[in-house]
Design a protein around this ligand. Structure first.
Ligand code: CUA
Length: 328
């Protein structure tokens, strides 16, 4: 039953792993979650104390004999304690704890194991592996347990990079480079999203952070560094021709086929498109039907994104799909 209640919130992801900033999978987010709980319990304590005092004042029996002077004394003591001393103590504790937590989450590491540049676009993420010389989109792979520096930039408007279980959010500001430290404590796929309203498809500007054991990560890097696979069937061969003769090539690149695209427009690199889990920045799962729908009617799937529809016969589309799906 609980699973049924949770499922609708997962959307396309098909993953019980809904991102909660309290479900910490890194030391940084653990610090933030601890801070959240500290503030929650302090707030709860204050709330209960205020309610108790209100209740006491309401139900206290009126006592005509009581001593006005001692009542006044009690009132003054309470005002000083509850109005000045206790707030100073509570706010001091919260200040101390939050300075410690922000220290733990914000300072870039001196020597990261890896530096990745992530650039925000309306409405997708370009992911450049500066150490390895390739770029991909909407999917960030990192080795588990190792410090990674993410250089955050924006191509157009302000976006915000957020993987709730792994790190605090950080804005991507045009003309600036913000550096974020990332380190996952466990292997897994973590959902990331844009956390700053950036236009029509802000809600469908998502990505996946994949933390894998170092040997799996190295295998992934080795594959991504390769140029695109050569067609091995006549359909794939024809599909590559369709790609080269269609409007795809104006904006997209496939390394070894057309790189870079002639217009200078930057769109998701398709060299290893078939290796990715989602299309259109997490809008849809990466499968044949969705890819076909996306090519033919991208505005129907994600209105307001920058990809125009591609006019193809059904035969051309089938061939193009056969080719694109071979690009593992
Ligand atoms: Cu990009 Cu919101």
């Amino acid at each position: 039953m609980a699973a049924l209640l949770i499922l609708p919130a997962c959307g396309w992801f098909g993953n019980e792993n809904t991102p909660s900033a309290l479900d910490a999978r890194s030391d940084a987010v653990q610090r933030l979650a601890d801070l959240w709980w500290l503030m929650f319990w302090l707030g709860t304590g204050v709330f209960v104390a205020v309610l108790a005092m209100t209740a006491y004042a309401l139900i206290r029996r009126r006592d005509r004999e009581r001593d006005e002077a001692s009542d006044q004394q009690f009132g003054q003591t309470l005002t000083v304690a509850a109005g000045i001393i206790i707030p100073i103590v509570i706010l001091g504790v919260v200040l101390f704890a939050s300075v410690g937590a922000s220290d733990a989450t914000s300072a870039p590491l001196d020597e990261p194991a890896l530096t990745i540049e992530v650039i925000g676009y309306q409405f997708w993420w370009e992911v450049r592996y500066l150490d390895y010389g390739f770029s991909t989109a909407n999917e960030i792979h990192i080795p588990v347990g190792q410090p990674v520096n993410i250089h955050l930039r924006s191509h157009d408007v302000i976006h915000s990079f957020w993987v709730p279980q792994i790190q605090a959010k950080r804005d991507m500001i045009p003309g600036e480079v913000n550096i974020l430290r990332l380190q996952a404590n466990e292997a897994g796929e973590f959902r990331g999203l844009c956390a700053e309203f950036c236009g029509l498809q802000h809600a469908l500007m998502q990505f996946i952070l994949v933390a894998s054991p170092p040997d799996e990560f190295a295998a992934w890097v080795a594959n991504q560094q390769q140029p695109a696979r050569e067609p091995t069937t006549p359909a794939q061969e024809q599909g590559r021709l369709v790609y080269l003769q269609s409007s795809c090539v104006y904006c997209h690149a496939i390394r070894g086929v057309n790189d870079p695209p002639p217009t200078g427009v930057i769109s998701p690199d398709l060299t290893h498109l078939a290796s990715r889990r989602t299309l259109a920045a997490g809008a849809i799962a990466n499968n044949t039907g969705n890819l076909g729908g996306w090519i033919v009617d991208p505005q129907g799937i994600k209105p307001g994104n920058n990809m125009p529809a591609t006019n193809l016969t059904s035969e051309e589309l089938r061939a193009l799909l056969a080719y694109l799906e071979s690009l593992e």
